[in-house]
Design a protein around this ligand. Structure first.
Ligand SMILES: CC(C)(COP(=O)(O)OP(=O)(O)OC[C@H]1O[C@@H](n2cnc3c(N)ncnc32)[C@H](O)[C@@H]1OP(=O)(O)O)[C@@H](O)C(=O)NCCC(=O)NCCS
Length: 178
Protein backbone atom coordinates (compact mmCIF):
# COMPACT_ATOMS: atom_id res chain seq x y z
CA UNK A 1 0.00 0.00 0.00
CA UNK A 2 1.46 3.42 -0.98
CA UNK A 3 1.05 6.37 1.40
CA UNK A 4 2.08 10.04 1.61
CA UNK A 5 2.27 12.36 4.63
CA UNK A 6 3.95 15.78 4.85
CA UNK A 7 5.93 15.31 1.61
CA UNK A 8 7.18 11.82 2.49
CA UNK A 9 6.20 8.93 0.24
CA UNK A 10 6.36 5.48 1.74
CA UNK A 11 4.88 2.01 1.41
CA UNK A 12 3.27 -0.03 4.14
CA UNK A 13 4.03 -3.71 4.46
CA UNK A 14 3.04 -6.35 7.02
CA UNK A 15 4.96 -9.23 8.61
CA UNK A 16 8.24 -9.29 6.63
CA UNK A 17 10.15 -12.61 6.74
CA UNK A 18 12.48 -13.15 9.73
CA UNK A 19 15.42 -12.99 7.28
CA UNK A 20 14.40 -9.54 5.95
CA UNK A 21 16.98 -6.74 6.07
CA UNK A 22 14.26 -4.71 7.83
CA UNK A 23 14.71 -6.71 11.03
CA UNK A 24 18.46 -5.97 10.97
CA UNK A 25 17.73 -2.26 10.64
CA UNK A 26 15.12 -2.54 13.39
CA UNK A 27 17.54 -4.30 15.70
CA UNK A 28 20.17 -1.63 15.20
CA UNK A 29 17.62 1.08 15.94
CA UNK A 30 16.40 -0.68 19.10
CA UNK A 31 20.04 -0.81 20.23
CA UNK A 32 20.42 2.91 19.51
CA UNK A 33 17.39 3.65 21.68
CA UNK A 34 19.01 1.45 24.40
CA UNK A 35 15.81 -0.55 24.78
CA UNK A 36 17.66 -3.77 25.54
CA UNK A 37 16.15 -4.97 28.79
CA UNK A 38 19.07 -7.20 29.71
CA UNK A 39 20.73 -8.65 26.62
CA UNK A 40 20.10 -9.33 22.91
CA UNK A 41 17.70 -12.24 23.37
CA UNK A 42 14.53 -10.26 22.58
CA UNK A 43 15.83 -8.70 19.38
CA UNK A 44 17.41 -12.02 18.31
CA UNK A 45 14.32 -14.13 18.90
CA UNK A 46 11.44 -11.77 18.11
CA UNK A 47 11.63 -11.79 14.27
CA UNK A 48 11.10 -15.56 14.11
CA UNK A 49 8.58 -16.07 16.91
CA UNK A 50 5.22 -17.35 15.67
CA UNK A 51 3.48 -14.87 17.96
CA UNK A 52 5.15 -11.82 16.36
CA UNK A 53 3.11 -9.48 14.14
CA UNK A 54 4.33 -6.23 12.58
CA UNK A 55 3.48 -3.28 10.36
CA UNK A 56 6.23 -1.35 8.61
CA UNK A 57 6.61 1.88 6.68
CA UNK A 58 9.38 1.42 4.10
CA UNK A 59 10.99 3.72 1.55
CA UNK A 60 9.81 3.56 -2.03
CA UNK A 61 13.44 3.37 -3.19
CA UNK A 62 14.79 0.06 -4.52
CA UNK A 63 16.43 -0.79 -1.16
CA UNK A 64 13.04 -0.58 0.64
CA UNK A 65 14.66 0.63 3.85
CA UNK A 66 12.96 0.93 7.21
CA UNK A 67 11.07 4.16 7.85
CA UNK A 68 9.30 2.84 10.93
CA UNK A 69 7.57 -0.12 12.49
CA UNK A 70 5.03 -1.30 15.04
CA UNK A 71 5.84 -4.75 16.42
CA UNK A 72 3.64 -6.75 18.80
CA UNK A 73 3.14 -10.31 20.05
CA UNK A 74 -0.08 -12.20 20.49
CA UNK A 75 -0.33 -14.61 23.42
CA UNK A 76 -3.71 -16.22 24.15
CA UNK A 77 -5.94 -13.25 25.14
CA UNK A 78 -3.17 -10.64 25.26
CA UNK A 79 -1.37 -8.56 22.66
CA UNK A 80 1.83 -7.06 23.96
CA UNK A 81 3.08 -4.19 21.85
CA UNK A 82 6.79 -3.91 22.52
CA UNK A 83 8.21 -1.75 19.74
CA UNK A 84 6.84 1.40 18.10
CA UNK A 85 9.78 3.09 16.47
CA UNK A 86 10.65 5.37 13.54
CA UNK A 87 14.00 6.09 11.92
CA UNK A 88 15.00 9.49 13.39
CA UNK A 89 14.84 11.49 10.12
CA UNK A 90 11.23 10.42 9.54
CA UNK A 91 9.89 11.28 12.99
CA UNK A 92 7.24 13.98 13.47
CA UNK A 93 5.86 13.73 9.93
CA UNK A 94 2.69 11.81 10.70
CA UNK A 95 4.06 8.44 9.55
CA UNK A 96 4.02 6.79 12.97
CA UNK A 97 0.33 7.61 13.38
CA UNK A 98 -0.42 5.94 10.04
CA UNK A 99 1.31 2.63 10.84
CA UNK A 100 -0.04 2.71 14.39
CA UNK A 101 -3.58 2.98 13.03
CA UNK A 102 -2.90 0.07 10.70
CA UNK A 103 -1.57 -2.01 13.63
CA UNK A 104 -4.66 -1.19 15.71
CA UNK A 105 -6.90 -2.36 12.87
CA UNK A 106 -5.03 -5.70 12.79
CA UNK A 107 -5.25 -6.38 16.54
CA UNK A 108 -8.46 -8.31 17.32
CA UNK A 109 -10.82 -6.25 19.49
CA UNK A 110 -11.40 -9.14 21.90
CA UNK A 111 -7.73 -9.12 23.00
CA UNK A 112 -6.29 -7.09 25.86
CA UNK A 113 -3.70 -4.68 24.47
CA UNK A 114 -0.74 -4.04 26.76
CA UNK A 115 2.37 -1.96 26.08
CA UNK A 116 5.36 -0.45 27.78
CA UNK A 117 5.88 3.22 26.94
CA UNK A 118 8.63 5.79 27.28
CA UNK A 119 7.59 8.47 29.76
CA UNK A 120 6.67 11.20 27.25
CA UNK A 121 4.39 8.83 25.34
CA UNK A 122 2.50 7.55 28.39
CA UNK A 123 -0.18 10.32 28.49
CA UNK A 124 -0.64 10.04 24.72
CA UNK A 125 -1.19 6.28 24.76
CA UNK A 126 -3.43 6.75 27.78
CA UNK A 127 -5.61 9.27 25.96
CA UNK A 128 -6.13 6.88 23.05
CA UNK A 129 -5.75 3.13 22.85
CA UNK A 130 -4.47 2.02 26.27
CA UNK A 131 -6.31 4.05 28.96
CA UNK A 132 -5.52 1.81 31.96
CA UNK A 133 -2.36 2.53 33.99
CA UNK A 134 0.00 -0.38 34.66
CA UNK A 135 2.89 -0.55 37.11
CA UNK A 136 5.80 1.86 36.86
CA UNK A 137 8.92 0.06 35.70
CA UNK A 138 12.12 1.34 37.28
CA UNK A 139 15.49 0.49 35.78
CA UNK A 140 18.77 0.41 37.64
CA UNK A 141 22.21 -0.20 36.24
CA UNK A 142 24.75 -1.88 38.46
CA UNK A 143 27.91 -3.77 37.59
CA UNK A 144 27.96 -7.48 38.39
CA UNK A 145 30.58 -7.17 41.16
CA UNK A 146 28.53 -4.53 43.07
CA UNK A 147 25.41 -6.61 42.44
CA UNK A 148 26.97 -9.74 43.95
CA UNK A 149 28.20 -7.69 46.94
CA UNK A 150 24.72 -6.22 47.43
CA UNK A 151 23.20 -9.71 47.33
CA UNK A 152 25.61 -10.89 50.04
CA UNK A 153 24.32 -8.06 52.27
CA UNK A 154 20.81 -9.48 51.93
CA UNK A 155 21.62 -13.20 52.23
CA UNK A 156 18.78 -13.74 54.69
CA UNK A 157 16.31 -12.92 51.90
CA UNK A 158 17.61 -15.93 49.93
CA UNK A 159 17.38 -14.07 46.64
CA UNK A 160 18.34 -15.97 43.52
CA UNK A 161 20.74 -14.41 41.03
CA UNK A 162 21.51 -15.85 37.63
CA UNK A 163 23.44 -14.51 34.68
CA UNK A 164 21.19 -13.66 31.76
CA UNK A 165 23.33 -15.68 29.36
CA UNK A 166 22.55 -18.78 31.49
CA UNK A 167 18.83 -18.04 31.28
CA UNK A 168 19.18 -17.62 27.53
CA UNK A 169 20.85 -21.04 27.22
CA UNK A 170 17.94 -22.59 29.13
CA UNK A 171 15.55 -20.93 26.69
CA UNK A 172 17.40 -22.30 23.70
CA UNK A 173 17.38 -25.79 25.22
CA UNK A 174 13.62 -25.61 25.74
CA UNK A 175 13.17 -24.56 22.11
CA UNK A 176 15.27 -27.48 20.90
CA UNK A 177 13.33 -30.03 22.99
CA UNK A 178 10.06 -28.82 21.40
C1 LIG B 1 6.97 7.82 18.91
C2 LIG B 1 7.13 7.71 17.40
C3 LIG B 1 7.06 6.25 16.99
C4 LIG B 1 5.95 8.45 16.77
O1 LIG B 1 6.06 8.43 15.36
P1 LIG B 1 5.99 9.82 14.56
O2 LIG B 1 5.89 9.55 13.11
O3 LIG B 1 7.12 10.69 15.01
O4 LIG B 1 4.59 10.38 15.08
P2 LIG B 1 3.58 11.33 14.30
O5 LIG B 1 4.29 12.38 13.55
O6 LIG B 1 2.60 10.50 13.58
O7 LIG B 1 2.87 11.95 15.62
C5 LIG B 1 1.98 13.04 15.62
C6 LIG B 1 1.56 13.25 17.07
O8 LIG B 1 0.84 12.10 17.53
C7 LIG B 1 1.50 11.50 18.64
N1 LIG B 1 1.40 10.05 18.48
C8 LIG B 1 2.07 9.26 17.59
N2 LIG B 1 1.71 7.99 17.78
C9 LIG B 1 0.80 7.97 18.78
C10 LIG B 1 0.08 6.94 19.44
N3 LIG B 1 0.23 5.67 19.12
N4 LIG B 1 -0.78 7.28 20.43
C11 LIG B 1 -0.92 8.55 20.80
N5 LIG B 1 -0.26 9.60 20.23
C12 LIG B 1 0.60 9.30 19.23
C13 LIG B 1 2.93 11.98 18.52
O9 LIG B 1 3.62 11.90 19.78
C14 LIG B 1 2.74 13.39 18.03
O10 LIG B 1 2.33 14.18 19.11
P3 LIG B 1 2.81 15.73 19.23
O11 LIG B 1 2.19 16.41 18.05
O12 LIG B 1 2.28 16.13 20.57
O13 LIG B 1 4.32 15.72 19.17
C15 LIG B 1 8.48 8.32 16.88
O14 LIG B 1 8.50 9.70 17.16
C16 LIG B 1 9.70 7.65 17.47
O15 LIG B 1 10.21 6.69 16.90
N6 LIG B 1 10.21 8.16 18.63
C17 LIG B 1 11.37 7.57 19.28
C18 LIG B 1 11.09 6.18 19.80
C19 LIG B 1 9.93 6.19 20.78
O16 LIG B 1 9.90 6.93 21.74
N7 LIG B 1 8.95 5.28 20.54
C20 LIG B 1 7.80 5.11 21.39
C21 LIG B 1 8.14 4.18 22.47
S1 LIG B 1 6.86 4.05 23.69
Amino acid sequence: MSMKTKDVDFDIIENPAPSSHLWKQWKSMVNTEEWLSDDNSVTDLLPSLKSTCSVWAVTQTSDRNMVGSVVWNVYDDICFLGFYLLTPEYRGKGIGSVIWKQAMSMIPKDKVLALRGVLNMVPKYKAHDTPVDGPLLENFRINSRDFQTALRDYESLELLSQFIRCLFQDLVQVEIKE
